[in-house]
Design a protein around this ligand. Structure first.
Ligand code: UDP
Ligand code: MG
Length: 421
């Protein structure tokens, strides 16, 4: 028993050590990474091979190494988050710092009547002195309170206010998408309609964007977040780590609504369901460069939050989809084909072995569990490969009818393409 435990611990250590070394992102060079992996594997092999019951502590050692490797593996998740996207502090604002820029501010609104008037006034007051030409697109997401009527009333006296009314409550992502579809500015800013984001941060984010012409997205980071600890901050901490690791776009705060985009990146993205949380990851997929900037956050003073703890599960499901999208969108056959061939191969090998037993050794194979396994593997392999083929077909349908390009070109800002000679 102890031998088994020792062997198991050793192999666990080896496997985790390998993954660990692969994941290790403390700036280790590939050579050192490989060395770490080798040493760990050597330790594990020595433990398994050398353990023959004479050294009872061997089992413990193996298990300790296993546990340590596990802890190391977990730690890499934590520390990988510690290597975030580039961050930058918000600059201070000078008058007319944004003259010549055009900005669309998109805010989804669902039952925010008590906040609307102040929201509109503060956004207006924040943008007016900046010198930018701006429009504020308030998308009413089928509110049931007086938000829609109030929006019309507010818009009457403000030429820059553009209310959009959705006929029912579609959810925050669709509301944002409606706003993006109607936005005409070169920059698009999003924020929440509940005044939890600070409108004064908008021009400062835009100045930062202007200072960094290579950046396509600036994502707000509610460094000093004013929300409930148990139902908001802790789930969000976990969610941010998970999303960062899975998408490979490490951000501290995916949930912050306050973000600035160059319009060209946002117009290449379509939002469904509750995908707004993943816009930075989706934007990174089309090649956007992302920066994170700490922004001010306030507690909600009026109106109620629209989300409960139930969104955690939806975030995880959405994340699965995003991962799939990021990974498979361009080459489904590669993604599925590999697993398919592997399973198919295993299945055939199993069945070939059984055939040999039946024909050469004359054994009964009808009731063997191995037969079931072989058939199952072969079937699954075939199915998965077929899925890859269908995926390829769908990708063509996805990209071609809308003339959607597979790539986005980075043109130097303000430099028109060279004419033909
Ligand atoms: N919202 C929306 N449609 C919805 C739910 C929310 O447009 O179905 C808007 C809401 O009015 C607010 C923003 O999305 O402007 C964020 O919602 P909330 O403040 O309730 O989320 P929390 O800050 O609690 O995460
Ligand atoms: Mg809020």
């Amino acid at each position: 028993m102890d031998v088994l435990a020792g062997a198991f611990g050793g192999w666990l250590a080896a496997a985790l050590g390998l993954i660990c070394a692969e994941r290790w992102r403390f700036g280790l060079r590939p050579g050192i990474q490989a060395l770490v992996a080798l040493v760990l594997v050597a330790c594990a092999v020595a433990l398994v091979a050398g353990y023959d019951g004479r050294y009872p502590e061997g089992g413990w050692l193996a298990r300790t190494v296993g546990v340590l490797a596990l802890a190391g593996f977990a730690l890499t998740f934590v520390f990988r988050r510690g290597v975030p996207m580039e961050t930058a502090e918000l600059p201070t604002l000078r008058a007319s710092a944004l003259s010549g820029e055009s900005v669309s501010i998109v805010i989804p609104v669902y039952n925010e009547e008590p906040n609307l008037r102040e929201l509109v006034d503060r956004v207006g007051a924040a943008l007016a002195p900046s010198g930018a030409s701006f429009e504020l697109i308030l998308v009413d997401d089928g509110s049931r309170d007086g938000s829609a009527a109030l929006l019309d009333e507010l818009a009457a006296a403000r030429p820059w206010l553009k209310p959009l009314q959705l006929i029912r409550n579609y959810g925050q992502s669709v509301a944002l998408q409606a706003g993006f579809d109607h936005a005409r500015g070169d920059f698009i800013v999003t924020l929440d309609g509940d005044l939890q984001n600070e409108p004064d941060d908008i021009p400062r984010l835009l100045v930062l964007m202007r200072e960094k012409p290579q950046t396509d997205v600036i994502s707000g980071w509610r460094k000093d977040r004013k929300d409930a600890l148990l139902s908001r901050k802790i789930p969000s901490l976990l969610a941010n780590s998970l999303i960062s690791v899975v998408t490979g776009v490490p951000l501290h705060d995916y949930g912050c609504a306050l973000k600035v985009y160059r319009a060209k990146v946002i117009h290449d993205i379509k939002l469904y369901g509750e995908m707004h949380r993943f816009i930075p990851a989706l934007a990174a997929e089309v090649g956007a460069r992302i920066l994170e900037a700490p922004v001010t956050h306030h507690a909600r003073t009026r109106g109620a939050s629209k989300y409960g703890i139930g969104r955690t599960l939806r975030v995880v499901l959405d994340l699965l989809w995003v991962k799939f999208l990021l990974r498979f969108l361009h080459r489904p056959m590669h993604a599925f084909g590999g697993i398919g061939i592997l399973l198919l191969g295993l299945g055939f090998a199993t069945l070939a072995y059984l055939t040999y037993e039946k024909l050469a050794l004359g054994q009964d194979i009808g009731g063997r569990p191995l037969l079931l396994l072989g058939v199952l593997l072969a079937l699954m392999g075939g199915q998965i490969m077929a899925t890859g083929l269908i995926g390829e077909l769908l990708i063509r349908i996805y990209h071609e009818p809308q003339g959607r390009r597979l790539y986005v070109l980075r043109t130097a800002p303000g430099k028109p393409p060279r004419p033909m000679p």
